[in-house]
Design a protein around this ligand. Structure first.
Ligand code: ADP
Length: 436
């Protein structure tokens, strides 16, 4: 453009003297050329100003048009800019998607710089550690997560194994932290909540210990009797007495194993197909069984309100209800009353077993359905209990969307109620027969 300007000035300056001295047509020609150059200059200047304005704030401006070679340049720039904007938008979308995915992860993620200062943290880590990503960014992680185990772990710098932390402010939760280097002077902290896994692991260990303990007692007694029988030559009557005691211990082990198998089959097998359980018939059977177990020592009463049967897997329901009835008889001294009741209402149905027995102290009630939990171990053993009955009841009821409620007063009696939702109630068979 500078060259055009030079030519324009030179020709314009030469045009008048040449026209005057040489020939007017030559001056005229020179003037015309200077005019064309001048016009070109104006056009270049206009397009250049457009470009200059655009370069200050490049935007996707399809209106950026120029003349001649300017138009080619403008279109090329427009193409580049459009492609760049598209690439940036795509990348921003990808980054936003990745950040959103990191935020919804169940595990916490914290990014730290070389000095362990927080650069980023996802929502889960915010909850786990109580970090406020907006205001705590740039703070050292140990300023927020106080346990000294973390400072020691970071100071040691050996991140080959994870660190397990129980946080003071959130002591219910157990967190496992793994620190991974992901770029130069950058650390990724992966935080896994292992509370549930730890609880399950503890339960599994307790369970194995309990089973071993429960089986070891009768086994020790059995082994002792066997040894005695081998060493001492008893008379026939004494021998029979020992054999009866041994049979009792063997039966005890059988009951424990039977209950364990029942529990495991309930836990592992999917819920079976539902059948209609005729409650009138079932109540009758439960009453007869209770009377047989009681052997005339208790009064067994059956109450019914409302019409309806249950939809469910009969063997499981029978075993759950029989467990409740058996407990009521076994934990109620002679002369007491055991009441079985079946109530149907539009909200659902409930099967309850009420007794006037020994009752249970309130502090034991929340733990009664735990495996092998007994209020009085000796008493449970005396009445032939395994400590697994209520665990079986709870699992069976859960599979029928039912809930077990326990209320009891020490020395006065207990009431165990299985509450079923309306979806588990079917029109009673005898009702149907009447309608038919
Ligand atoms: P167990 O085989 O020992 O009876 P359960 O799981 O059936 O085991 O019951 C757990 C504990 O709950 C029992 O050991 C007993 O202490 C208490 N329990 C259950 N039912 C009754 C009841 N009807 N009255 C008093 N205590 C009961």
């Amino acid at each position: 453009m500078r060259a055009t300007l030079g030519w324009f000035l030179l020709l314009a300056l030469l045009a008048a003297p040449l026209g005057y001295v040489a020939a007017p047509w030559l001056g005229g020609c020179l003037f015309a050329i200077a005019l064309v150059l001048g016009l070109q200059l104006v056009r270049h200047q206009r397009d250049f100003s457009r470009l200059e304005r655009w370069s200050r704030q490049p935007a996707l401006d399809s209106q950026l048009q120029g003349a001649g070679e300017w138009d080619v340049i403008f279109r090329r720039l427009y193409g580049h800019e459009k492609e760049l904007c598209g690439r940036i938008a795509r990348r921003e979308r990808d980054i936003a998607r990745m950040i959103a995915a990191v935020h919804v992860m169940n595990d916490g993620v914290v990014l730290l710089d070389g000095q362990f200062r927080i650069q980023f943290c996802n929502k889960t880590a915010e909850r786990q550690f109580g970090i406020d990503a907006a205001s705590d960014s740039g703070l050292t992680l140990t300023n927020i997560v106080r346990p000294p185990e973390l400072s020691d772990y970071l100071a040691r710098g050996d991140f080959s194994g994870p660190l397990t932390l129980r946080l003071e402010r959130n002591f219910e939760r157990l967190l496992s932290l793994s620190i991974i280097a992901y770029a130069e002077d950058s650390w990724l902290v992966h935080v896994k909540d292992v509370t549930q896994a730890d609880k399950l692991d503890r339960m599994r260990r307790d369970f194995v210990a309990n089973v071993s303990h429960e089986l070891r007692t009768p086994l020790t007694v059995l082994a002792g009797f066997l040894e005695t029988l081998q060493e001492i030559d008893f008379d026939a009557a004494e021998r029979l007495r020992y054999l009866a005691l041994m049979a009792e211990q063997a039966k005890r082990m059988q009951s424990i194993i039977q209950d364990l198998l029942t529990l495991s089959s309930i836990e592992s097998a999917p819920p079976p197909e539902s059948d209609r359980v005729n409650m009138a018939r079932l109540l009758d059977k439960l009453k007869r069984d209770a009377e047989a177990l009681s052997d005339g020592r208790h009064q067994i009463v059956v109450e019914r309100a409302g019409q309806g049967d249950l939809c469910g897997y009969e063997p499981e329901l029978v075993s759950a209800f029989a467990n409740l009835v058996g407990n009521a008889v076994r934990y109620t001294p002679a002369g007491g009353v055991v009441t079985l009741s079946w109530k149907v209402s539009p909200q659902g149905a409930e099967f309850a077993v009420r007794d006037t027995g020994i009752g249970i102290d309130a502090k034991h009630i929340p733990r009664l359905t735990e495996r092998f939990y007994r209020v009085d171990r000796g008493r449970s053993r005396d009445v032939g209990g395994t400590g697994l009955g209520l665990a079986i009841v709870k699992h069976s009821l859960n599979r029928h969307q039912a809930q077990l409620d326990i209320s009891s007063k020490l020395g006065q009696g207990s009431c165990f109620t299985a509450r079923f939702p309306a979806s588990r109630v079917a029109q009673a068979e005898d009702q149907e027969d009447a309608a038919g």
